[in-house]
Design a binder for this molecule. Structure first.
Ligand SMILES: Nc1ncnc2c1ncn2[C@@H]1O[C@H](COP(=O)(O)OP(=O)(O)OP(=O)(O)O)[C@@H](O)[C@H]1O
Length: 623
């Protein structure tokens, strides 16, 4: 379809060009497009194609667990021996032996929190050196004499695989891995990887359908439609490939024999890189100012507990002390403020962290069952009891921590038994005549005032003093309003992942609405609101309309809303239609709708409408 001269000219262009015919088959893809879509070889690494095999040694390092590693999950990581929690958004290093069975392969993993991390990992005489450098922004994995580096400016993940039998390097990650379906997760799931360097085979793309070659997305869909003769307006639309920001334009081709479409992709990485550098410097400056202002070199040992404002910092400082102590601990706070989360974090940061953390909610288990759940029973202890008898929570928590949630709801009789076990560290199972010794740390939590319960005779004073050796007050979300933005930033991606949708953002108006709300259900309620909004919104941006607060949930809300709501909805729709009709020419819209400029601007802002500037190359919200 194209002669060599025109191909050479296309290869010299800095924009990526993909030309397809009316059957959606690729007729030309230039070098820049091959690079953007990850079909070029960097030429620096040599390895044949292959896939992970039992016994291979894998090392993965990522600066932010999430999209770049293909959303690594606990299930695939178990193949490397990982048993811990997945914390999306955090840096992560894992090295382990790849096994298909859920056995117990030797694995080392770390969550990484500071700016520069340098790890030396050794097992079975295999050494890896991992550097995650957030300042110069790269991840490097060293193996043998060589080190393999990937530069990043936003988020990236690096991975190498060593043949378990020969000790030879089998796979090294290189840019473009998402397009090649070589993210760590996909490889752990058994996907093959392609050869590199002298083993690289130029992938024959000419003549292949775009659906076989590219990941499906809106740009590829539009390309197919235009090639099929549909009139689709696709000019300088923003899209990401391999995490590379681009502007894409599609034009139909109708040149006699040739019919189809051409895709032109401009790589915006340099621009985004400069913007991210600026953001990074500002954030660092901000952090520095804050730490100078607070006069303390505060090190966050509890990053899973989101929040930087004064009260949550106090919580983290107390939690640090509680992790180093073996004393019983009482956590107080309203429902949904993170008491259970804190208890687990304290346990994991304590010397007991490798032993069990057993959590029990004293109010959700019927009173008559709670005793046997806590202390266990011997065979035939009561009607319905298992014949073999059963270990109780205290026994299961031996050497670890037991978390007694909603302790305020425990009845007086069980309070006496609990006091005894705390004092004597020994107890009898129900129906048992053998005393069992346990070494358990007790963390209790409640959202009621135990002092009042003591005064009213509902809670034993001596038990209260025993539990209250250390205490931590969790702030309500109303008391940590300054953290709402940060919470949204961290919790929203989790909600999107849970709902299985692309990552979304919130608009300024939605954020303002969240900041103004009183959150009786605290952070749990915020999580629920975001989850609902993610499910309700099909756009990339969550607007304030998609936020449904708990006290106006779908079940309790009236069947119809206020009439004004519908009037506004209709108004918004008409404005959007007029904007599209007049190609975002605000003057024509004002004239046709007979409204003033200020009124149009106010409404665009109020309804959170995105307007595309007349020069066409960027979309912007008026906020
Ligand atoms: N500071 C925080 N950072 C991140 N997530 C949080 C935070 N606080 C609470 N959460 C999340 O909010 C939800 C509720 O937290 P949690 O169950 O720990 O609250 P709780 O105080 O124990 O509630 P309850 O008293 O009802 O048992 C959980 O999903 C938890 O992960």
């Amino acid at each position: 379809m194209l002669n060599r001269v025109s191909k050479t000219i296309y290869d010299a262009l800095s924009e990526g060009i993909v030309l397809i015919d009316s059957e959606e088959r690729i007729q030309l893809i230039n070098n820049a497009a091959r690079e953007i879509f990850g079909f070029m070889d960097t030429g620096t690494i040599d390895h044949p194609e292959g896939k992970l095999e039992e016994g291979d040694i894998v090392c993965i390092a990522t600066n932010s667990l999430g999209a770049d590693d293909g959303y690594l999950n606990a299930e695939v990581l178990r193949k490397l021996g990982f048993r811990g929690k997945i914390e999306y958004g955090h840096s992560f290093v894992i090295a382990g032996k790849y096994l298909f069975e859920d056995m117990d392969p030797y694995c080392i993993h770390e969550h990484v929190y500071s700016d520069i991390q340098d790890y030396s990992i050794e097992f079975e005489n295999i050494f890896f050196n991992v550097v995650i450098d957030d300042i110069d922004k790269y991840i490097e994995i060293g193996y043998g004499e060589e080190s393999y580096r990937l530069d990043y400016f936003y988020a990236i993940s690096n991975m190498i695989v060593v043949d378990g039998k020969t000790g030879k390097l089998k796979f090294v990650q290189s840019l473009g891995y998402t397009s090649r379906k070589e993210t760590p997760r996909e490889l752990l799931e058994g996907n093959p990887f392609r050869g590199k360097g002298r083993y690289y085979r130029l992938r024959e793309l000419i003549g292949r359908k775009i659906s076989e070659v590219f990941q499906p997305n809106s740009t590829m869909e539009a390309l197919g439609k235009v090639a099929g003769g549909e009139a689709v307006d696709y000019v300088k639309k923003f899209d990401k490939f391999n995490n590379m920001p681009t502007l894409c334009s599609i034009k139909p081709i109708d040149g006699g024999k040739i019919k189809g479409a051409i895709l032109i992709v401009e790589n915006l990485s340099n621009i985004e890189r400069a913007m991210k550098e600026k953001d990074y410097v500002l954030t660092q400056l901000n952090k520095l100012q804050k730490s100078i202002g607070s006069g303390s070199g505060f090190v966050d040992k509890f990053p899973a507990i989101i929040g930087r404002s004064g009260k949550i910092r106090q919580v983290k400082e107390m939690a640090g002390k509680a992790s180093g102590s073996n004393s019983n601990l009482l956590i107080l706070g309203e429902s949904g403020t993170g008491k259970s989360l804190l208890a687990r974090e304290i346990h994991e940061n304590s010397p007991r962290g490798d032993f069990p953390f057993i959590s029990i909610n004293c109010s959700s288990i019927p009173e008559n069952l709670l005793e046997s759940e806590l202390f266990g029973y011997e065979q035939g202890a009561f009607t319905g009891a298992s014949r073999k008898g059963k270990k109780g929570m205290f026994e299961l928590a031996h050497e670890g921590t037991i978390f007694l949630d909603e302790i305020g709801d425990m009845n007086i009789y069980l309070q006496a038994k609990l006091l005894k076990i705390i004092q004597e560290k020994r107890f009898f199972r129900l129906g048992g005549d053998r005393e069992i010794e346990v070494d358990v740390r007790v963390i209790a939590a409640t959202n009621i005032s135990l002092e009042n319960a003591v005064k009213e005779g509902r809670f034993r004073k001596d038990l209260y003093y025993r539990l209250n050796v250390l205490s931590i007050n969790m702030p309500s979300l109303r008391e940590m309003k300054d953290d709402i933005e940060l919470l949204v930033e961290k919790l929203l991606p989790k909600a999107c992942i849970k709902a299985g949708v692309d990552l979304k953002n919130v608009s300024h108006s939605a954020l303002s609405r969240l900041k103004a709300y009183s959150f009786p259900g605290n952070i749990r309620e915020l999580e629920n609101i975001l989850e609902r909004a993610v499910n309700l919104t099909h756009e990339e941006i969550i607007t304030s309309d998609s936020l449904i607060f708990e006290n106006e949930s779908v079940e309790t809300r009236n069947v119809f809303r206020d009439l004004k709501y519908y009037a506004k909805e209709a108004e918004k729709r008409v404005i959007i239609e007029a904007l599209i009709f007049y190609d975002y020419d605000l003057k024509s819209v004002m004239k046709d709708l007979n409204i003033k400029k200020s009124s149009l601007y106010n409404k665009i802002k109020e309804y959170d409408i995105n307007i595309v500037q007349k020069n066409g190359n960027c979309s912007k919200n008026m906020e």
